[in-house]
Design a binder for this molecule. Structure first.
Ligand code: C2E
Ligand code: CA
Ligand code: CA
Length: 678
């Protein structure tokens, strides 16, 4: 059934043609019933008539007549017994469609005609009675008249279903009486003839009326039955539609597994019913699924998800488990451990093991990570969020890992929850602030620019790493608020630098903008709008992004182009750790690259790193791009960087991040500031 099809709302009605067929069917059945009921009387009266004839000395004629009468009765009996006696339209599923309906109708009409003809044949037998009684003149006339008139009345009484049957019977029988009486002549006989004709007319009218009544009540009965059947069918259709809707609400369209809602309901019930057993939630996420979707298209992606669903169903077949597609490429299982069966962690291990064996789709190999949580007091939703925490950690550890949610993770998740809960207030009351770390010239160590680094000391959890704050802001919808707050701080800092004197008035400040912010927020509008509002020159602001963003996403590129066009220097941060560093140098808007700390630490002893740094410096210089080395922690590193031609440096060895106040009031700030060439 098409679940989208609306349930039939048309008002029930019964087609006239259908009704007519049903009525005719009922008539046929009625005729057959009446024939079977009347035949014994017919036979008994025939025997009596023959007996009376024999008694009157007409045994031979009586015998022939009796044989004829019994032959006709037998024929009628056989016809009334034909196997197909039920109404053809309700006879069975084999009858359907207009062709079958027509065939059934024709059959019924033929049968009715046959019944009428056979009835007329029987009437004709009774029309031969005059041969038994000298044309109703013998002393037995009273008996025969009574018998004929009686059987005719009986035929009318029984034959209410179809008038032609009694009419066919009574007409020859009574006409024969009338004809004989007329033939006999005389007033009395003529009177009898007239009375018999009147009787014939009255019986004919009665039988026509009876048939009409029969047809009418049959029509009403069939209409009611049909309507009831239609209502029943419509009810069945709407019940099915409701069932489909309920199924859709609780199941995933693509895989047919339970969806989130269905899973939550099913597992909540299950946990109550099986409170005596240990349960675990396993939350699974495919590694490399995005690659499949991106490189082979969504159809392939969908097929992979279906395959994985089928595989999971197979893996969990003999276990007590409730499986669902949690969303995207995530699947969740509530696993109830039975005696002598795998524990939840063993199950996770076995799933990862068998998945790795077969999950090779095209060129991309899939992996599976699982977060496991033992369901204790927590409800399903809480358990899932714990499992999610564990899954996050498992994915962090690499492909094909699982992680059990334990006390350490619980602390971590509590911490994340606290951070997310408190962030808004922290931004509003200025708890989230910035520290500034100078970027200096390698030759004379004079300040080139400052990098703004976010700081938040949580009242309970202490300093929160900036990446965590950014993550929490995105998760709680505070990303834009946070960005605006930080930009506001930077603009105030630029103002203070201006106030500090002409030597520092032109020192630009670089802000970090994460890939996530770049994708999710209209960073160009926000930044340019705020600059204009505060009346600050765009060249005093610089933006540091990680190169992954500079390359990957179109919307981001458009934003970066807009910012660069407004004269904001774009700096590619953590340069060298992404996989297409050099390509990012082509993008046009890159003003500076910051070589990642991992290339700088221990540089003096690392010939390979030195070669790489030299290469980056040379390529960048050729493209007129500045190079900064970050994370410089020793004089030796600084020396090597100088010798490699790296002009700008940043790191603890040169200056740690400080508040702007400390920085400005620090010893030598004035002398260390120089006009940047940018
Ligand atoms: P990043 O942009 O690469 O920033 C440099 C990080 O290295 C800073 O860490 C800084 O304190 C640290 N650092 C500086 N010199 C040295 C050194 O000599 N040795 C070592 N070991 N570390 C040094 P921090 O402040 O914890 O920031 C971490 C990351 O958080 C930053 O990396 C940046 O990507 C991000 N971040 C910081 N502030 C913001 C912000 O306001 N917005 C956004 N979106 N991200 C921010
Ligand atoms: Ca940075
Ligand atoms: Ca960096």
């Amino acid at each position: 059934m098409n679940p989208d099809a609306p349930s039939s709302t048309q008002t029930a009605f019964v087609d006239d043609a259908v009704l007519l067929r049903l009525v005719r069917g009922d008539q046929l059945a009625g005729v057959r019933r009446s024939v079977r009921a009347a035949l014994p009387v017919n036979v008994v009266l025939s025997l009596a008539a023959a007996l009376v004839a024999w008694n009157a000395g007409r045994g031979e004629v009586g015998l022939y007549w009796l044989i004829l009468s019994l032959a006709v009765s037998t024929m009628r009996f056989v016809m009334s017994r034909e196997a197909w006696v039920t109404n053809p339209l309700r006879a069975g599923a084999s009858l359907s469609g207009p062709v079958a309906d027509m065939a059934a109708s024709r059959h019924v009409e033929r049968q009715l005609t046959i019944m009428a003809i056979s009835s007329a044949a029987s009437g004709c037998v009774w029309a031969l009675v005059p041969f038994l009684c000298d044309g109703y003149t013998s002393p037995q006339t009273v008996f025969y008249l009574t018998a004929v008139c009686g059987i005719c009345a009986g035929s009318v009484v029984f034959g209410i279903a179809y008038a032609l049957v009694p009419i066919g019977f009574i007409t020859p029988a009574l006409l024969a009486v009338a004809v004989c009486m007329v033939y006999a002549g005389g007033f009395d006989n003529m009177s009898i003839a007239a009375t018999v004709l009147l009787y014939l007319a009255a019986l004919t009218r009665a039988t026509l009326l009876s048939e009409r009544t029969f047809r009418e009540s049959s029509r009403l009965k069939n209409a009611a039955t049909e309507l009831a059947a239609q209502l029943h069918r419509e009810h069945a259709i709407s019940s099915e539609a409701n069932r489909q809707l309920a199924f859709r609400a609780s199941h995933d369209n693509l895989t047919g597994l339970l969806n989130r809602q269905g899973f939550t309901e099913a597992t909540t019930r299950h946990l109550v019913a099986r409170a005596d057993r240990p349960h675990a939630v396993l939350l699974m996420d495919l590694d490399g699924f995005k690659t499949i979707n991106d490189s082979f298209g969504h159809q392939t992606g969908d097929r992979v998800l279906q395959d994985v669903a089928a595989w999971l169903i197979g893996e969990l077949r003999d276990r007590e488990a409730i499986l669902c597609r949690w969303g995207g490429d995530e699947f969740a299982v509530l696993y109830t451990q039975q005696k002598n069966q795998l524990s939840a962690t063993e199950l996770a291990q076995s799933l990862i093991g068998s998945f790795a064996l077969q999950a090779v789709h095209g060129a991309a190999t899939l992996g599976l990570c699982i977060g496991v949580v033992l369901v204790g007091e927590a409800d399903v939703n809480e358990s899932i969020s714990f499992a999610d925490e564990a899954l996050y950690e498992a994915k962090h550890a690499g492909r094909n890992h699982f992680r059990v949610f334990d006390a350490a993770l619980k602390r971590q998740s509590d911490r994340r929850r606290d951070i997310e809960r408190d962030l808004r207030r922290a931004i509003e009351c200025g708890e989230v602030t910035l520290m500034y770390q100078p970027i200096v010239r390698a030759d004379d160590r004079r300040i080139h620019s400052l990098e703004a680094l976010m700081r938040w000391a949580h009242p309970r959890h202490g300093p929160i790493p900036p990446e965590e704050v950014i993550h929490a802001a995105a998760a709680t919808g505070l990303a834009e608020m946070l960005l605006r707050h930080l930009l506001d701080e930077v603009f105030t800092a630029l103002h203070h630098l201006e106030e500090a004197g002409p030597h520092s008035a032109d020192v630009p400040i670089a802000v970090n903008i994460s890939p996530r912010e770049m994708v999710q927020l209209p960073v160009d509008d926000i930044v340019l709008g705020m600059l204009a509002q505060r009346g600050i020159a765009a060249r005093r602001l610089q933006i540091e992004i990680t190169e992954e963003v500079a390359l990957d996403i179109r919307a981001t590129q458009a934003r970066l182009n807009a910012l660069a066009a407004a004269n904001i220097a774009i700096v590619v941060d953590d340069f060298g750790v992404g996989y297409s560093s050099i390509a990012s140098l082509h993008s046009g808007y890159v003003k500076r690259v910051k070589i990642d700390r991992s290339f700088i630490s221990g540089l003096p002893g690392q010939a390979r790193n030195a070669t790489l740094v030299r290469f980056i410096v040379q390529v960048s210089q050729a493209l007129d791009i500045e190079v900064v080395a970050e994370g410089v922690e020793s004089e030796e590193e600084l020396d090597v960087l100088r010798s490699l031609g790296c002009n700008l440096v940043q790191g603890y060895h040169l200056a740690r991040p400080e508040t702007l106040e400390t920085l400005i009031s620090g010893p030598g700030f004035r002398s260390s500031v120089t006009r940047p060439s940018a």
